[in-house]
Design a protein around this ligand. Structure first.
Ligand code: PAF
Length: 287
């Protein structure tokens, strides 16, 4: 496995290579990421994984500075998972106009309206940052396919839409969310939680499961289901950003006629060490 830090070296390594599978990450890898690498391995001849904590997708009061950076451990795991190349650029290589704090001169990708709701509403600018870095990485790696996790469901739809609208020649493959035995979706941010919070964190998935069962049993009062779940979580010491039952294709509020739904939630758990930890999760429901 090669570890490459510059765009020019990566271009040399990938010259005349075909059937490249790509997994973009921000590092601090867990079994969820490894599952995405395995998917890429199944479909491609050469697997490239990027590790880059993208400043452009963090809001001013978010955890950019404290985001865990664990390159050596990540590379060990990636090697064991059959990765061919790890691409770990520095900020100035990816954003030459970055002056330490500002990215004012950086040209960005404006995502479509699907990015304005849910996480896009609670994290202004986040999906512009995600779409921009993914556009840059896809331009650099030029993969045949790229794998994104369903855990970031809204991100996945935005990337699919970007690739479609910009006619990019990369197939986007979706990987299932990996979970702890408690149901908690695997996430790098779970590392911020202590043991008690980690077991409490499973409540988010339980709330999604509960609503999914109610829908499957025929309950179509989506607003009441959303409100009830929000109330229950808030009473259990969560601060809910959103709990929404949506069309899985458009992320608009679910209509009775929609057959493919996704229930999405984002909520914060208070954390004495690092303030609040914001967790997201979702569950698809096929009627
Ligand atoms: O999902 C992530 O880890 C990031 O949003 C991504 C796609 C690597 C872009 O920085």
């Amino acid at each position: 496995m090669q570890i490459i830090h510059t765009i020019s070296d990566l271009r040399i390594a990938l010259k005349s290579k075909a059937n490249i599978g790509f997994v973009p990450t921000m590092g601090n890898l867990h079994a969820g990421h490894i599952h995405l690498v395995e998917l890429a391995r199944q479909h491609a001849t050469l697997v490239v994984v990027s590790i880059f904590v993208n400043p452009l997708q963090f809001g001013v009061n978010e955890d950019l500075a404290s985001y865990p950076r664990t390159l050596a451990e990540d590379c060990e795991r990636l090697k064991a998972a059959g990765t061919d190349i790890v691409f770990a650029p520095n900020v100035l290589d990816m954003y030459p106009d970055f002056d330490g704090n500002h990215l004012n001169q950086t040209m960005t990708v404006t995502p479509p309206a699907i990015a304005d709701v849910l996480c896009g509403a609670s994290r202004p600018g986040h999906f512009t940052g995600v779409a921009t870095i993914v556009m840059k990485l896809l331009n650099i790696v030029q993969p045949t396919l790229a794998v994104f996790g369903k855990k970031d469901y809204q991100q996945l739809l935005i990337i699919k839409e970007m690739v479609r609208q910009f006619n990019m020649p990369t197939e986007i493959i979706a990987g299932e969310t990996m979970r702890e035995p408690s149901g908690l979706a695997m996430s790098s941010r779970n590392g911020y939680l202590n043991e008690a919070q980690r077991s409490q964190a499973a409540q988010l998935n339980q709330a999604l499961q509960h609503v999914a069962s109610a829908i499957k049993m025929g309950n179509r009062d989506y607003h009441a289901l959303e409100n009830h779940a929000t109330q229950q979580l808030n009473q259990a010491n969560w601060q809910v950003d959103y709990f929404a039952i949506c069309s899985a294709l458009t992320l608009q509020a679910a209509q009775i006629s929609n057959k493919h739904l996704v229930i999405l939630a984002a909520a914060k758990l208070s954390n004495k060490l690092s303030g609040q930890t914001r967790l997201i999760d979702n569950l698809e429901v096929q009627l």
